[in-house]
Ligand binder design. Structure first.
Ligand code: 5AD
Ligand code: SF4
Length: 424
């Protein structure tokens, strides 16, 4: 979402007559988009801002994104060389804010979360010519106990189904064949127009846009994840057979503490729907270890969940205390050392699962969207519908096949990717 926010911000500035340069050194105005999901990401921001100051004297600096929203005007005190702070819910105010900045105002802010709008801009500048991000819902109403997002991105608000379909059709006309629908909780999507579509209906709609060959979506929340979504994937081959469904913990007790609003049994029901889909669906997830109150038995329940689901990939994190969040009231009793131990065990456990799972693809022929050429290895890189990376050889040819679709036979596998050969 942050990457796409940056694309939209660039588009907005270009629409205002600015031009983009390659490095901060070449810029007069440096906008720094930030993340505050974990403390480590936030610390990086202030280190980077100090470095910017030392290396780029005389430039105008702005801080965007979640750290801007969270720290607000305090950023001006901590980093006096910054002249503008703006959270993502205020990006549609950027044109007016830039006018103030250009007028020499040294304390420009956009920090209101009180918005019913999504950040739509006709100028979005996309970095990838084949795969386009499309935001369908912004903000989050879920309020998980550990999470800063509801405080930094504001309440949920959806784009109309009409504008999503129009954008998809425009993208197809401009040569994009893959669309990734984005939102903190895409499946909480609620069309605000009289059409009133839910997320599954939107998937059905986007899956039928001529020229769009692949549709992905992220992130889904288990609570609003319906069987209808799997039915839509079954009906539309253009909907990729991959679902990212963060579970966070394999213990219902910890899930309750996290205020995730589902039990392990309810989560597993959704996994069963996916496992009985018409096409094999790749399932990926997020896990937090060391949440307050997590016992050794809770942690082992998470390991058992990994064995049961056999995730295709996992993003795992040590719990990090965040400002404003309900979990701050809980004692963070698990030492950093113990969190690191659990994380290492979890990642090792998952690595063995991925080795086993990926080995099942050897001999399979899969359609890949070609993402580029790796000069170091002499291999092309592609992705299957299940989002598996395949590095493959192709009889020598100078033709650039990036963005095309090819059948690739998988010949070898590793924990994180597959190796194959293009089928003639
Ligand atoms: N500490 C650790 N991990 C977190 N995440 C969100 N908040 C925190 C936190 N305070 C993780 C969750 C989420 C992913 C995007 O980041 O797993 O799904
Ligand atoms: Fe954060 Fe929970 Fe919202 Fe995801 S659903 S953004 S984890 S509050």
């Amino acid at each position: 979402m942050n990457a796409h926010d940056s694309e939209k911000v660039v588009g907005t500035l270009v629409g205002q007559g600015y031009s983009q340069v390659e490095t901060p050194e070449d810029a007069e105005l440096v906008l720094y988009n930030t993340c505050s999901i974990r403390d480590k990401a936030e610390q990086k921001v202030f280190n980077r801002l100090d470095r910017f100051k030392r290396e780029n004297k005389g430039k105008t600096f702005a801080v965007l994104g979640c750290v801007a929203q969270q720290e607000g005007e305090k950023i001006f005190e901590r980093a006096p060389h910054v002249s503008m702070v703006c959270g993502s819910a205020s990006y549609n105010q950027l044109p007016q804010m830039l006018v103030q900045l250009e007028a020499g105002n040294k304390r420009v802010t956009g920090l209101s979360l009180d918005t019913e709008d999504t950040f739509e801009t006709p100028y979005t500048r996309r970095d990838n010519p084949h795969r386009a991000y499309v935001t369908i819902i912004e903000g989050c109403d879920k309020k998980c106990a550990y999470c800063v997002v509801p405080f930094t991105r504001g309440p949920e608000r959806s784009s109309t189904s009409d504008s999503v379909l129009r954008e998809a059709a425009d993208l197809a006309r401009s040569g994009y064949s893959e669309i990734q629908l984005l939102g903190q909780n895409v499946n909480s999507y609620r069309d605000p127009s009289p059409t009133g579509w839910n997320f599954a209906q939107l998937l059905d709609g986007v899956g039928k846009v001529p020229g769009i060959r692949r549709v992905r979506f992220t992130t889904s929340h288990p609570r609003d994840f319906t069987k209808e979504i799997i039915d839509a994937i079954d009906r539309n081959p253009n909907l990729c057979n991959h679902v990212h469904l963060p579970v966070q913990s394999g213990s219902t007790e910890v899930l309750r503490g996290m205020q995730r609003s589902y039990s392990l049994e309810e989560y597993m029901l959704r996994i069963q729907w996916m496992k009985s889909a018409a096409r094999p669906i790749a399932i990926t997830s997020d896990i937090i270890v060391g949440f307050p109150g997590e016992t050794e038995a809770d942690f082992e329940a998470t390991l058992a969940l990994l064995d049961e689901v056999e995730y295709d990939a996992l993003f795992s994190f040590k719990y990090s205390r965040r400002p404003n969040t309900p979990a701050l009231a809980l004692e963070d009793h698990i030492s950093e050392e113990e969190k690191s131990r659990r994380l290492a065990i979890l990642q090792e456990h998952q690595r063995a699962i991925q080795i086993r799972r990926n080995a099942q693809y050897v001999g399979v022929v899969a359609e890949c969207m070609v993402e580029g050429f790796n000069k170091a290895t002499g291999q092309w890189m592609g992705r299957t519908s299940q989002h598996k990376m395949v590095n493959f050889l192709r009889p020598s040819s100078d033709e650039d096949i990036t963005g095309t679709y090819l059948e690739v036979r998988v010949t070898r596998s590793g924990p994180n990717s597959l190796v194959g050969e293009a089928v003639q």
